[in-house]
Design a protein. Structure first.
Length: 585
């Protein structure tokens, strides 16, 4: 691992290295209702836990580690309201017009008058005409800087002052909340669930369509304060859902009109009232959601983690999860991208027995070497989205770390926010470990020891890789011996017929070099007819061995973590979880 200060909680069983355990597939980077609003191109609305669990089932995933952004779970530095004063309100607030259906004379303005009697300053006036029999709608979408209102809604009440200037049977004011995306269920299609709060001619509650619940309040022509309890309304409209599995993706303010009518009204001071204790409430709520959703996807084990992301983005994995206590700040906290802030966070979690993963690290081998990967234990190499050249560059970066005896467990990411179609991602790689069970402690033990590989979910869905030395599991381990060579048994199961196995041997000379020094030995599938291949790894000045599997088009199908072979002398500090003894010659 990256630092000898890595907790020793995972070291007790590591020294034996017995080749036991079973393959356990995991997603180590997955967002849900606590994180931002997902992929706008995919229709907005971040995926809730229910949506992500369905994707896990479809992709034969054994374990989901929930890794929502920690500061979003805490609502750290979030908006407590929107004043409608026409500025960015100190946090990068932007306004975008969104129109639906036939409209005429749509207008949006921040006005000095009228405004709520309780609120000084400006207010937002919206008006539009609907020339046809079908409704047309004109909205302003409040896009908060870096989504500074997107989080789970379980503890949230919203209030807003509204004035219906022109409201009637064919003209309404609307506050629209776009919540989480959910899969098809109870006869309803998959989609984003929406709540609309309308100032209308008459009061009432109804479903406008299967995924849109409407709460109408009668307009009385004066300023009115609407109280919005979104989770209560989700529960009332769709009682089969776990209502607390609801995030807030977008808030819109606008009017609806039809039959030639004109709708006009004014919005002032939206307030967010959140009752959460920022460090304890999210953990307690997440665990309760995991419990409620367990019966819906009993084949998927759910474990609690987080992406710590007010410093460089890092996931933390531990049995008894805790949120990182950021110092108090005002509205719109700013990322501290410094090495010092990241290292302090890593130390804080190591002191509590956690493993830390460096997420989507910048391609900067020099900093990786000089900073010893910030002290992290794991590092994301394979990203699911984007150009494959990034993966190649990160593999080179990993080889630079391995060359300099920075012992990291290489992993893959899903990093999905939408919950729609993991298989549609360009490079869907799944991380798997050899572990005794799906219990958190056993999975953490495997990750700490580097007993992990990742494989292409579409092209090699049954892929398995392993390394063994003397009948003991050696993947991720460091062997310090006076022997000049190490017989390594390479295991590659369920290989596609047209694939090849590349044994990558790298120098571990610890010289601070920032370029890889590797050689590749390519073997056909026939070389693994017996299930394994014996390779003699020469120690020389220090080496490591890892395995890649590629198809006929040279597409990477799988990547296994290395075994290192070093002299017993020298100043290399090896984490206890990675040590493996060998007494051969």
């Amino acid at each position: 691992m990256g630092s000898a200060t890595t907790p020793a909680a995972f070291a007790d069983d590591a020294a034996t290295g017995a080749a036991s355990g079973r393959p356990v597939s995991m997603v180590l980077h997955t967002h849900s209702c606590f994180s931002e609003g997902g992929s706008w191109a995919a229709g907005g609305g971040g995926g809730g836990m229910m949506a992500q669990l369905e994707q896990a089932v479809r992709n034969d995933i054994d374990v989901v580690w929930w890794t929502d952004h920690d500061w979003r779970m805490e609502a750290y530095g979030y908006y407590d309201g929107i004043a409608f004063d026409g500025t960015d309100e100190g946090g990068g607030l932007q306004w975008f017009v969104q129109n639906d259906g036939a409209l005429a004379d749509a207008d949006h303005a921040f006005v000095d008058d009228p405004h709520s009697p309780d609120e000084p300053g400006k207010a937002l006036r919206v008006s539009a005409s609907g020339p046809e029999a079908e409704w047309g709608a004109s909205f302003l979408w409040a896009k908060a800087g870096n989504s500074f209102y997107s989080t789970d809604l379980s503890d949230t009440t919203l209030t807003i002052d509204v004035l219906g200037e022109r409201v009637g049977p064919d003209a309404e004011l609307v506050v629209q909340l776009e919540t989480s995306y959910r899969p098809a269920t109870a006869g309803r299609p998959a989609g984003v669930y929406v709540l609309e709060y309308r100032l209308a001619a008459t009061a009432g509650r109804r479903l406008a369509d299967p995924l849109t619940g409407v709460v109408a309040v009668a307009s009385d022509g004066v300023w009115q304060r609407l109280a919005i309890h979104p989770v209560d309304d989700v529960r009332a409209f769709w009682p089969d859902l776990v209502a607390e599995d609801s995030g807030l993706a977008r808030v819109r303010f606008g009017v609806r009109a039809r039959n030639g009518a004109t709708a006009s009204g004014v919005f002032d001071r939206l307030r967010f009232d959140r009752t959460r204790d920022p460090l304890r409430w999210p953990v307690r709520t997440r665990r309760d959601l995991m419990r409620q959703l367990r019966s819906r996807c009993p084949g998927v084990t759910q474990l609690l983690s987080a992406e710590v992301s007010m410093v460089r983005h890092m996931n933390v994995f531990m049995e008894d999860f805790e949120l990182y206590p950021y110092p108090p700040r005002g509205k719109a906290p700013v990322l501290d991208n410094s090495v010092e802030a990241a290292e302090a966070m890593v130390r804080w979690y190591h002191e509590r027995g956690a493993l830390v993963q460096y997420n989507h690290p910048p391609i900067n081998p020099g900093e990786l070497v000089t900073g010893r990967a910030l002290g992290a234990d794991l590092i994301e190499i394979a990203n699911a989205d984007g150009d494959f050249t990034v993966i190649r560059d990160r593999i080179d970066q990993y080889d630079v770390a391995a060359r300099n005896a920075i012992f990291l467990t290489a992993t893959s990411q899903v990093d999905d926010h939408g919950g729609r179609d993991w298989q549609g991602k360009p490079h869907l790689y799944t991380t798997a470990v050899w572990a005794e069970s799906r219990q958190a402690r056993d999975l953490l033990t495997a990750l700490a020891a580097g007993q992990a590989w990742w494989y292409h979910q579409r092209l090699w869905p049954t892929g398995q890789l392993d390394l063994a030395v003397g009948g003991r599991r050696a993947m991720g381990r460091v062997v310090r011996t006076s022997a000049t060579r190490l017989p390594v048994d390479i295991v590659a199961n369920n290989l596609p017929e047209d694939s090849t196995v590349q044994v990558v041997v790298g120098e571990c000379d610890r010289t601070g070099q920032t370029t890889p020094a590797v050689t590749r030995h390519t073997y056909p599938v026939s070389s693994f007819a017996s299930g394994r291949l014996r390779f003699q790894l020469e120690r020389e000045n220090g080496r490591y061995l890892r395995v890649e599997v590629r198809d006929a088009g040279d597409v990477l199908l799988g990547f296994g973590n290395p075994v290192w072979l070093l002299s017993p002398r020298g100043d290399v500090e090896v984490p206890r979880a990675r040590r493996l003894s060998y007494t051969g010659r």
